[in-house]
Design a protein around this ligand. Structure first.
Ligand SMILES: Nc1nc2c(c(=O)[nH]1)N[C@H]1C(S)=C(S)[C@@H](COP(=O)(O)O)O[C@H]1N2
Ligand SMILES: [Mo]
Length: 262
């Protein structure tokens, strides 16, 4: 240690080459220790920070603050006039990859399924697939992106969520800041900011490759929202509701970005 300190305070010219090298090593070591120390300190500090809201878990508030700031920036640049790039049918994969089966339990009876729309006056609208298929059909063929690092061009069709809300006069609901969607068993759930939900390419989807949506892709009805990553594209919608507070979100509670925009 004494040698080390002497090294640090001697003039360079008084040192041999070897001593100069060892001094540099000592300084680097010293700097690296401080850097590592502050990293560890920062990590210990972060661990002690309160976890953000969400009943079923969450991430430390400072981390969430960073994500929320990102959301503000990206939210401002979001425009419903900006369409996600679309492709032609021949570019679409014939069998889209299947990913994620949370909330898709096996004892589900598609025949008994109804979509529950929780209106803000407390009433619930119960709709059949036939009701939904009665509305104008919109197709979207786009590059579906999963945060796990894969993407593929796939072909989906259904009713535009904004057309659906207009048809059922969900005017007050549309003015809320968020829309929440849950699987019938409530095991998987997402929250979507209203501007993204009302985007013209966002659909309640019941067809894939021109055929009825297969169960593993979320039959009878799923959300297709090309302005977001795959995690927000909830399969097997059971309930829809509207709120000015952020709805619970499965992956946001596990540390992912709530906004998850593209
Ligand atoms: N109900 C439900 N929906 C879900 C998931 C899930 O686990 N359960 N996974 C999500 C994820 S991470 C992705 S990438 C897409 C995948 O959709 P696909 O299986 O139709 O390709 O579904 C999303 N929707
Ligand atoms: Mo995903």
């Amino acid at each position: 240690m004494k040698r080390l300190i002497q090294h640090l305070f001697k003039k360079n010219s008084d040192l041999s080459v070897d001593e100069q090298i060892s001094r540099r090593t000592a300084i680097s070591f010293f700097v690296a220790s401080i850097a590592a120390g502050s990293g560890i300190w920062g990590w210990l500090w972060l661990r002690k920070q309160p976890v953000d809201g969400g009943l079923r878990g969450g991430i430390q508030q400072p981390l969430r603050d960073v994500l929320n700031t990102n959301e503000k920036i990206f939210g401002k640049t979001f425009s419903s006039n900006h369409h996600t790039k679309v492709y032609s049918k021949k570019d679409a994969v014939t069998e889209a990859r299947v990913n994620g089966d949370i909330g898709l339990n096996e004892d589900f009876e598609a025949a008994d399924w109804k979509l529950s729309v929780q209106k803000n006056n407390g009433k619930v609208l119960e709709l059949t697939l036939a009701d939904i298929k009665n509305l104008p059909k919109t197709e979207v063929i786009y590059d579906f992106k999963c945060i796990e690092g894969w993407s593929e061009v796939s072909w989906w069709a259904g009713v535009r969520l904004s057309d659906f809300l207009d048809f059922y006069h969900l005017t007050e609901e549309k003015q809320q800041q968020y829309i929440g969607l849950l699987t019938p068993d409530e095991e998987y759930y997402v929250g979507i900011d209203m501007p993204s939900a009302l985007h013209p390419q966002t659909i309640l989807c019941y067809e894939h490759n021109g055929k009825p949506l297969p169960p593993e892709h979320g039959a009878p009805l799923r959300l297709i929202i090309p302005v977001k990553y795959g995690i927000k594209n909830l399969k097997r919608v059971g309930t829809i509701f509207f709120d000015n507070k952020r709805p619970d979100d499965y992956w946001a509670e596990r540390g992912y970005d709530y906004y998850s925009g593209l």
